[in-house]
Design a protein around this ligand. Structure first.
Ligand code: ADP
Length: 399
């Protein structure tokens, strides 16, 4: 079975065609600048890159070109579009309706529309992508895989905010959490690496990329996560502030004359390690500057590490212990110094990192010493594979 995975943003689109017999990636690529001048499709097959520059007025045109590239005589990987058995779509918000992935039908589309108010920037392009695929491949089954679904197992005490209860019933104001597909993938992989069933372990997964979140996972289920009603909450991120005193917002409106929109943009786009370092949102730039003695860059790293470390501490309390800590995503997978700095303050848990193993890169790896009381792993996340696996399973069981 061949599954096409689609991840649609407002002006971009990532795709991967996977052969599910061996979970190999047959081709993958990225379309950028959809609907803007300079639209470009970068298609990758067997390490080779094909760049197609062509106007793409909307997502339907872009997906049409992706399908053309997949069946192309020269750089294509399938003979015919009918070889694509199913399409898996990444969808950011499934609200409280979806605790797992789902076969897309009219009812699901209605539910996705209802969730637009909860994710006004992300769900609309996801819906556009699904509709475009449905038009181009009307008889191919499609599956929605939600970023929020894995966190639907959070207990009430973890997802309720101490606001008037009515805000929850009337507007759906509660913690939803995001990055669920990644947290699920790395926690399942860690359980496999430990030779244990997910039901038997307590884990804390740290997805540390431009966007960052942690999840507390007990018995294979998410019981808490740092992102909240929106992906702005939780730990410090590239440009997002994470948790702050909510009274800062009305203070800025009053004292600095900011509009609500300006305060929102400030917290989402100008804060985080970018705001603290006044240098960059990219951790590579910040680590390099800190090494050269830049104090604000060092402060940004210290604040980031402190917040991740204290979130781990919080989740040790939520889980009443922890068997494994997992690092993933851009920073979590690549920065040995960052992992070491976070774990340095966790010796009370009996955590010991092997510096040599921590220095290795590329594949899933245990980086703790054999006598460490808690196992620590670096596991490259693979949200596309998780989406493809769900899609295969759902489409096969619907037959
Ligand atoms: P997202 O998917 O949230 O955009 P990624 O998971 O791709 O983010 O992570 C991107 C971030 O990872 C970059 O902004 C960069 O700060 C960090 N990163 C990537 N490689 C390295 C590295 N070798 N050292 C430190 N940080 C890195």
């Amino acid at each position: 079975m061949k599954v096409l995975v689609i991840n649609c943003g407002s002006s971009s689109l990532k795709y991967q065609l996977m052969n599910m017999e061996n979970e190999n990636v047959l081709a993958k690529g990225l379309v950028e600048r959809i609907g803007i001048d300079g639209s470009v499709l970068t298609h990758k097959v067997n390490g080779e890159k094909v760049v197609i520059e062509q106007p793409m007025k909307d997502h339907k045109v872009a997906i049409g070109l992706v399908l053309d590239a997949l069946v192309d005589k020269k750089h294509g990987v399938i003979g015919d579009m009918s070889e694509i058995s199913a399409v898996g779509h990444r969808v950011v918000h499934g609200g409280e309706k979806y605790a797992s992935s789902v076969l897309i039908d009219g009812k699901v589309m209605e539910a996705l529309e209802e969730c637009v108010k909860l994710a006004p920037l992300h769900n609309p392009p996801n819906i556009i992508g699904i509709n475009a695929c449905k038009e181009l491949m009307p008889s191919t089954p499609m599956v929605a895989v939600f970023d929020t679904a894995f966190h639907q197992t959070l207990p009430e005490e973890a997802y309720m905010y101490a606001l008037p209860y009515e805000l929850y019933t009337k507007y759906g104001v509660r913690k939803y959490g995001f990055h669920g597909t990644s947290h699920r993938f790395v926690s399942m992989t860690a359980a496999e690496m430990m030779g244990k069933k997910p039901e038997d372990i307590k884990m804390i997964t740290c997805h540390l990329g431009n966007g960052a979140s942690l999840a507390a996972i007990k018995g294979g289920k998410s019981v808490d996560t740092t992102m909240g009603f929106t992906p702005l909450a939780g730990v410090v991120m590239g440009t997002r502030c994470g948790d702050i005193d909510p009274a800062i917002v009305p203070f800025l409106v009053k004292e600095a004359g900011m509009s609500i929109e300006e305060a929102d943009a400030l917290m989402n786009k100008k804060s985080g390690v970018l705001g603290l370092s006044e240098l960059s949102s990219d951790f590579r730039d910040i680590e390099n500057a800190a090494k050269e003695g830049n104090k604000k860059a060092q402060l940004a790293l210290d604040v980031f590490d402190y917040r991740v470390r204290t979130a781990i501490g919080t989740y040790v309390a939520a889980l009443n212990g922890v068997d494994a800590i997992i690092f993933t995503a851009g920073l979590g997978e690549n920065s040995a110094s960052n992992r070491a700095a976070i774990c340095e303050g966790l010796t009370y848990l009996g955590i010991k990192i092997d510096p040599e193993k921590n220095g290795q890169r590329g594949e899933a790896l245990e980086i703790s010493t054999p006598d460490s009381k808690v196992k620590v792993f670096v596991i490259p996340t693979d949200e596309e594979l998780m989406i493809a696996r769900d899609t295969k399973e759902i489409v096969e069981s619907a037959k």
